[in-house]
Design a protein around this ligand. Structure first.
Ligand SMILES: Cc1cc2nc3c(=O)[nH]c(=O)nc-3n(C[C@H](O)[C@H](O)[C@H](O)COP(=O)(O)OP(=O)(O)OC[C@H]3O[C@@H](n4cnc5c(N)ncnc54)[C@H](O)[C@@H]3O)c2cc1C
Length: 289
């Protein structure tokens, strides 16, 4: 039987040092709701597990000048109970709270959801729409990366060897902003998204959309930032023409697979439908703040 070591450092520097010394055989453990399942299935066999749940910066939520820094290992359940975050970023919080069951929520983290690099990861389209920036630390120091640049393909990231995702920063947002996340699943809960769509937007007092970002999940090898969909909404009052153009941009961005959850044609059509519905919810929220 292969030896496996476990470490639970209390600082990021220590965690980075442990990962560097493991020479590629180390794995970060946050909630373990993906990692432990994959280990039991024999898909991965780390020589070292580095548990990051005891690192303060990775397990706390902090506000600075209206921006929120959410530690990568904060459990989904804690994020769901954060009143200010829920008010400012309801779409991000609802996406994170869609992950698994109550039990899974107690452990699962946004960092794990992102680094597992599933194209169907629920929190990622909402974080992409939010314009979240990820802080990573590795042997060469710290860097900030837009969240949409982390996944490289199913199960693969652009992180360099030994790099750890430390936190997500959600930017300060102007009045009149709202976001939403919707997914389509065949069951009512505990299922993998056929399509997921996150929308974040800002409306001027007269209802004109001044900023919009759209993230799409489960329709390509990685979660997509659909720039053209956001651009189609900006400058409009979210009228039918603008929504049709944004939905068409979403359909055009899709490069999905055919599987038991949905065909290419179905996924592509649903991407446009969810865009319109998520935009309506985000706009309603923007009007009420
Ligand atoms: C029953 C069940 C239901 C689920 N339902 C959903 C669902 O509805 N939607 C959904 O999106 N997912 C779902 N999942 C998948 C899983 O719960 C999520 O992806 C979760 O967010 C993973 O977070 P974690 O903290 O448990 O990650 P872990 O399992 O700890 O880690 C996942 C991967 O990311 C790496 N990693 C973790 N944190 C970091 C970090 N900070 N820096 C670098 N690498 C890191 C780990 O090494 C590992 O490779 C479900 C899982 C289960 C078991």
């Amino acid at each position: 039987m292969k030896e496996m070591r476990y470490a639970a450092p209390s600082s990021i520097d220590e965690a980075v040092g442990l990962m560097a010394a493991a020479d590629g055989s180390g794995r970060i453990l946050a909630g373990g709701t993906d990692l432990l399942v994959q280990m039991r299935a024999g898909m991965v066999a780390p020589g070292l597990i580095v548990d990051v749940k005891k690192i303060a910066e990775m397990t706390t939520i902090a506000e600075s000048g209206g921006a929120y820094r959410v530690g990568a290992a904060v459990p989904a359940a804690v994020i769901g109970e954060h009143a200010k975050l829920k008010k400012l970023w309801p779409g991000v919080v609802e996406a994170i709270n869609l992950i698994g069951s109550k039990q899974v929520q107690g452990r699962a983290s946004p960092g794990g959801n992102l680094c597992n690099a599933s194209p169907a990861a629920d929190s990622v389209p909402a974080l992409v729409a939010a314009g979240a920036v990820v802080t990573v630390q590795g042997p060469k120091g710290r860097r900030d990366i837009p969240v949409e640049k982390i996944a490289a393909g199913p199960g693969k990231t652009t992180l360099e060897r030994g790099e750890i995702v430390v936190s997500f920063t959600l930017p300060a947002r102007p009045a009149g902003s709202g976001d939403a996340y919707l997914r389509l699943i065949p069951r009512t809960e505990m299922d993998i998204a056929v399509v997921g769509c996150g929308v974040s937007l800002t409306l001027a007092k007269d209802g004109t959309c001044t900023a919009a970002r759209v993230g799409l999940g489960a329709v390509a090898p990685t979660v997509l930032l659909v720039d053209a969909a956001g651009k189609a909404l900006v400058g409009s009052k979210l009228d039918a023409k603008a929504l049709d153009a944004a939905a068409a941009a979403c359909r055009a961005a899709c490069k999905p697979i055919d599987d038991k959850r949905g065909t290419i044609a179905y996924r592509t059509k649903i991407a446009g439908v969810l865009l319109k519905r998520a935009t309506a919810i985000a706009a309603e929220r923007a009007r009420s703040v």
